[in-house]
Design a protein around this ligand. Structure first.
Ligand code: ADP
Ligand code: ADP
Ligand code: ZN
Length: 215
């Protein structure tokens, strides 16, 4: 059977990362999160990581050819699996064309795009209080989803960190990039009738149930 392809899209802080892990495991999909993959490279100081960091710290998009190369390697490794869930990719119209091309090579196509919608105020409140686990990638919020013990990961015990790009000026820049580059892609998906809009303001469990019922 053909692998299913789903894309999670939405502004920074919409809750994509929070939802992605659970949905992928619920549906037995391979999760491909470009943000996590890039941060991993930054942490390991790979050639890609060193270049990527200079863009990520400013809130700019990492050059498309680098990101697509990384994605392609990941698809190749997992070909034949039940499905793929993309989080953070594609980010603009050109990345979307490249994704379509890549999928075509494997005789695959995108089934549906899940768009998580939240208000601007929500974005700032969520990102300024976000913590992540550098090891297992769990996502926390110091008010809405705090870790049980100090600032340690519930799942693996690692010390949680604040992302380098969750600073007010960088958040602003990321939102600009979202409006200029990603919003046109959302509009395009909408025109194609391939998008399902989810209200991301609800509690995480409710958001999750709504997404799962749409896959
Ligand atoms: P958020 O979930 O807060 O929107 P991500 O973790 O998806 O953030 O992305 C963090 C940063 O990683 C982005 O600001 C960008 O620099 C880089 N990045 C992630 N995905 C892509 C992509 N598909 N293309 C280019 N850059 C990307
Ligand atoms: P994204 O990947 O879209 O940038 P995250 O999943 O990292 O977003 O979530 C951003 C922040 O908001 C995190 O601190 C997370 O714990 C919190 N969060 C995610 N979903 C919700 C929700 N439905 N209600 C309240 N807080 C949430
Ligand atoms: Zn962890």
């Amino acid at each position: 059977m053909k692998s299913k392809i789903y894309i999670l899209i939405g502004p920074p802080g919409a809750g994509k990362g929070t939802q992605a892990k659970n949905i992928a495991s619920n549906k037995d999909f391979v999760l491909i999160s470009t943000g996590d993959l890039l941060r991993d490279n930054v942490g390991r100081k790979t050639e890609l990581g060193v270049i990527a960091k200079s863009y990520m710290d400013k809130g700019e998009l990492v050059p498309t050819e680098l990101v697509t190369k990384m994605i392609k390697a990941n698809i190749k490794q997992n070909i034949g699996k039940n499905g793929f869930l993309f989080d953070g990719f594609p980010r603009d119209l050109s990345q979307n064309s490249l994704l379509d091309e890549m999928l075509k090579e494997f005789d695959l196509e995108v089934d549906r795009i899940i768009y998580i919608d939240v208000k601007n105020e929500t974005i700032y409140e969520r990102l300024t209080n976000r913590r992540i686990c550098p090891k297992c990638k769990d996502v926390y919020h110091m008010k809405y989803n705090p870790p049980k013990k100090d600032e340690l990961c519930d799942n693996c015990g690692e010390q949680l960190i604040t992302r380098d790009d969750d600073k007010l000026d960088v958040i602003k820049k990321r939102l600009d990039v979202y409006h200029n580059s990603t919003q046109p892609l959302v509009d395009y998906f909408e025109k194609m009738g391939k998008i399902t809009k989810i209200n991301g303001e609800k509690a995480p469990k409710e958001v999750e149930a709504e997404i799962i019922s749409n896959i």
